[in-house]
Design a protein around this ligand. Structure first.
Ligand code: AMP
Length: 209
C-alpha cells in the first residue's frame, strides 16, 4: 500500500510551473485551483493530494508534517527560519533573481541607507555579511514605491524581466541571490514514508536534471 502523501504548493506562478512536472510523474489534480474554492485538491492518484496555499506558508506546513512534500521558492526558504526541512531538489522553475535596486537618478546617500523589503531576514543577512549598517523597513507589497516616495533609498525584491523596476524609474544595483523553486521534504516523513517518497524524488531528479 503506498503511503498517503500531501504536497503543499504555493499559488500562482509556482503552481503553474510545477503542474507540468508533476504531470510527468503521472500526478494530475482533479480540480483546477483557478476555478474551485477547494484548498485541498484530490489528484488522479488516490494516495496523493495537493494543498494550494500561500507561498510563505509552505515551509510551515511541511516542517510541521501537515504536508510531507512542498514546492516553494528559494526566496521563501531563505526567509524562513526553521530547520526541519530537507531541500533535496532544485526544480529549476519560477526562476528569478533577488536584487538590490534603487532610483536611476538617486541623490547621494548621506546617512545610513534605508531599505524597504518584505524579505527582512535575507536583507539583514546580506548587509551583515558585508558589514554595512542599514535601516530595514518591512513592507508587504509594492516595494518599488519606497524610493519613489522617499520612504527608502533602496529596495530588495525579486526581479524577473526587470519591467517592474523600469516602469518605476529604478535600476538594479546588486545581485543578492539566484532564485528558483525547490522541493522540500518533511524530515520524519522522509524516514517513515521513504518507500513512497524516494521514487518521487528519484523521478523528479531525473526529470529536472
Ligand atoms: P518583473 O517585472 O518581470 O521583473 O517582475 C517583478 C515582479 O514580479 C516583482 O514584483 C516580483 O516580486 C515578482 N516576481 C518575479 N519573479 C517572481 C517569482 N519567481 N516568484 C514570485 N514573484 C516574482
Amino acid at each position: 500500500m503506498p503511503d498517503n502523501i500531501t504536497i503543499a504548493v504555493s499559488k500562482g506562478r509556482i503552481y503553474d510551473d510545477a503542474m507540468p512536472l508533476l504531470a510527468k510523474l503521472g500526478i494530475v489534480p482533479i480540480d483546477d485551483p483557478n476555478s474551485t474554492r477547494k484548498l485541498v485538491l484530490e489528484t488522479n492518484q488516490p494516495n496523493i493530494r495537493l494543498l494550494v496555499i500561500r507561498a510563505t506558508d509552505v515551509p510551515t506546513y511541511v516542517e510541521r508534517g501537515a504536508a510531507e512534500l512542498g514546492i516553494a521558492g528559494k526566496d521563501v526558504l531563505m526567509e524562513y527560519s526553521g530547520d526541519g526541512l530537507y531541500e533535496p531538489i532544485d526544480l529549476g522553475i519560477a526562476k528569478c533573481r533577488m536584487m538590490l535596486a534603487g532610483l536611476k537618478d538617486a541623490k547621494p546617500i548621506l546617512d545610513r541607507p534605508r531599505v524597504v523589503t518584505k524579505y527582512t531576514n535575507i536583507t539583514k543577512n546580506y548587509f551583515a555579511e558585508r558589514g554595512q549598517q542599514v535601516e530595514i523597513i518591512k513592507l508587504y507589497g509594492s516595494m518599488e514605491l519606497g524610493p519613489v516616495l522617499g520612504l527608502s533609498d533602496w529596495i530588495v525584491d525579486l526581479v524577473d524581466t526587470g519591467n517592474t523596476l523600469k516602469a518605476n524609474g529604478l535600476v538594479t544595483l546588486e545581485h543578492i541571490a539566484d532564485i528558483s523553486s525547490r522541493l522540500v521534504v518533511n524530515k520524519a516523513a522522509m524516514k517513515m514514508k521513504n518507500a513512497t517518497i524516494k521514487p518521487i524524488l528519484d523521478q523528479l531528479s531525473d526529470i529536472v536534471s
